[in-house]
Design a protein around this ligand. Sequence first.
Ligand code: NAP
Length: 282
Amino acid sequence: MILLDGAKVANDRNLELKAKIEKDVEKYHRAPSLSIILVGENPASQSYVKGKGKACKLVGITHTLYHLEDTVSEAELEALIDKLNHDDDVDGILLQLPIPKHLDDIKLIDMILKEKDADGFHVVNQGNLYQKRPTIYPATPKGIMTLLKTYEIPIQGAHAVVIGRSNIVGFPVARLLMDQGATITVCHTKTKDLAFHTKQADIIIASAGRPELLTKDMIKPGAVVVDVGVNRVDGKLVGDVNFAGVSEVASYLSPVPRGVGPMTINALMENTYELYLKHVSR
Ligand code: NAP
């Protein structure tokens, strides 16, 4: 089994990006900038935001964190997004999800200018993705595709099984795999026999958010397995894949942590850079 080493690939790409940004800062007289909005004290969100800030520092993206109390009103958040939309020094805006229930995440994300949508969650950017038009891709699916490409995993003609159909992972990654010539099966909680599908897969993307859902007996020998899940079990991070068992059968497998997580952050850095280049040339 070959490890899909997301941490290494992401680090290499971040260093390449850093070199590009250094040159562009001379050319455009300012660094790319990302505004991150965090609401409340969710420990997982805080840790993701910390990782994103650290990556910004590494690649040379200026970042500002707006950490708001979980009692913030929708009007206050709207006012902040509006201010950032109009701020010419801001290239990318990210609203860290999930946000508290009294706030409408769909409405707030759609308020972010699509030209500043660093996460690629805006309805227009997602619409463009589904119509195969140029757009900003959601960070996790983009990171997964980059990981597969880096390891030269053949996608054309492969049967890919995606577990999960969310707007931020499962559904867009299925679309991107299909665009590259894979035949897709998307599984979810209403799927009758998950193992029946996963056993036929050349590529499995496990993004259910269920600890160790995918076990050795559910995969075909030689399958490529990407573990997207991040689950906290007894204070430890666990993926959606039973790593020990599946690593005996899979040809490639991504670990948790140090797999898709760093690739997602790298994709966010690359998205912000892309938005910056478009912004400075407008
Ligand atoms: P989500 O919105 O909760 O979606 C989970 C999806 O999995 C749903 O479509 C659900 O089906 C399906 N599902 C749940 N249990 C299942 C089961 N037993 N069998 C088959 N399908 C099942 O989660 P998400 O935002 O897509 O995230 C998924 C996982 O990836 C989470 O662990 C999250 O923390 C992780 N994640 C990691 C990164 C990263 O950078 N590493 C980034 C984003 C997310 P229904 O639609 O029928 O409910």
